[in-house]
Design a protein around this ligand. Structure first.
Ligand code: PMP
Length: 408
């Protein structure tokens, strides 16, 4: 990866704050330019399939925001978010088992911005964030940009391993480091697609509580389940020790950039102050569009439509993997956007990527999802965006590349 600060073509080299050392272009981002060529089947990005959203639903909501609701939609708003939208967010949250007060909801500019605000509120240089290994690439980037150190805890097909978590906490503390939070994506995790079991949710919360560690529960995919719903959100079990992050990016549209945090009272107050300092108020226009949409459209029906679209694509990917790459191992997600592929030990997904792109298929190398260089034999395969037959063709091309490597 290129270190943009390392070039003396930049006349401001040497002026940047130390914390920008953690800001390097992610492997996912560097890929976008190549992978967006139409002849390439991209299994790399995590773009929701917004074409499944009927245009008139958004059109109607946007028109209302621009006319009848313009006085509010075009104006600055509350740093905590539009009150009516916060009530509606609680209706969405009830589907995840969360029942709270509108006072606890803070609207943010996507859940990505909530991650940034929480990192800003909690991290001093050298503080440790515990996260699943692997974990969401841009969360790792945010934590690093505040000079936090991400320490991974291994996971299996039931999610993060509680015993390994206990050992990690002990080890980090024995080394004299401060742990600021436990970051987890318990349902249909990015990048593995794995869901944390109910028993482990309870056990991990108990470990966090007794260790005095705040839990950051990031849940963009929980409502996109293909069979039964995942276990209830961790926040539904513990409202004092968990900050929950949600978003409309996957159940509606990421371009609106509206997400939210549900936080214990004192943290919520700080989050609102940080939100105001960063953006004054999140986009009133986007919030009103979403509020109108939730009031007038069959939003639960729309979520079912998204589930059907992604289920078909998940099935296409799993079927193609069985047909074309039977000797590899991979996860079988029950929701969300991603499959995590494991290759034999000696293969390197990052080194293989240029050859894959030559074969007109792209994926995200596993190393992107670790802070410590792990994940070489892994890759994340996204099934959210391409049509099922493209997914199948993409996996066929991938098998040519992998089988070519194996034959070397
Ligand atoms: N968390 C996770 C785990 C994600 O996968 C994403 C989007 N890829 C986000 C947060 C950010 O989503 P947004 O800012 O669009 O809400």
């Amino acid at each position: 990866m290129q270190d943009t600060q390392g070039t003396n073509l930049d006349p401001w080299y040497g002026h940047y704050a130390e914390r920008t050392a953690g800001l390097s272009a992610s492997e996912v981002r560097a890929l976008f330019a190549v992978a967006s060529r139409p002849e390439v089947v991209s299994l790399a990005g995590g773009m929701p399939y917004v074409s499944a959203l009927p245009q008139q639903l958004i059109e109607r909501a946007a028109l209302r925001a621009a006319t009848d609701r313009a006085a509010v939609a075009l104006q600055y708003g509350s740093g905590q978010g539009v009150p009516r939208l916060r009530e509606q967010i609680l209706e969405v949250m009830a589907l995840e088992g969360i029942h709270g007060s509108v006072d606890d909801v803070v609207v943010t500019t996507g859940s990505q911005h909530a991650l940034e605000l929480l990192a800003k509120l909690f991290l001093d240089p050298g503080d440790v964030i515990i996260a699943e290994g692997p974990s969401y690439v841009t969360a790792i980037t945010v934590f690093r940009s505040f000079q936090g150190e991400v320490v991974h805890v291994p996971m299996d097909d039931q999610g993060m391993n509680p015993q390994a978590l206990r050992e990690t906490i002990e080890r980090v503390r024995a080394a004299g480091k401060r742990i600021k939070f436990l970051y987890t994506i318990p349902s249909f995790q990015n990048p593995t697609g794995v869901t944390l079991s109910w028993e482990r949710r309870v056990e991990i919360l108990e470990i966090a509580r007794t260790s005095g560690i705040l839990v950051l529960e990031d849940n963009p995919y929980g409502l996109l389940h293909f069979e039964q719903a995942p276990p209830p959100a961790m926040r539904s079990i513990d409202s004092e020790g968990v900050v929950y992050l949600g978003t409309f990016s996957k159940t509606l549209a990421p371009g609106l950039r509206v997400g939210w945090a549900i936080a214990p009272h004192a943290i919520r107050e700080k989050l609102v102050l940080a939100n105001e300092a960063a953006v004054l108020s999140p986009s009133s226009f986007s919030q009103i569009v979403i509020s109108e949409y939730l009031d007038t459209a069959d939003w639960k029906g729309q979520i079912s439509t998204f589930r059907d679209v992604y289920r078909e694509r998940r099935d296409a990917m799993l079927g193609a993997l069985s047909d074309y790459l039977p000797s590899m191992t991979w996860t079988r997600p029950a929701g969300g956007f991603y499959v995590w592929l494991t290759m034999p030990e000696h293969l390197d997904s990052k080194a293989m990527l240029p050859r894959a792109v030559k074969e007109l298929v792209a994926y995200t190398p596993g190393t992107a999802f670790y802070a410590d260089g792990d994940g070489r034999r892994n890759m994340r395969l996204s099934f959210c965006y391409p049509q099922p037959d493209f997914i199948r063709e993409g996996i066929r091309r991938l098998s040519t590349v992998i089988n070519g490597e194996l034959a070397l």
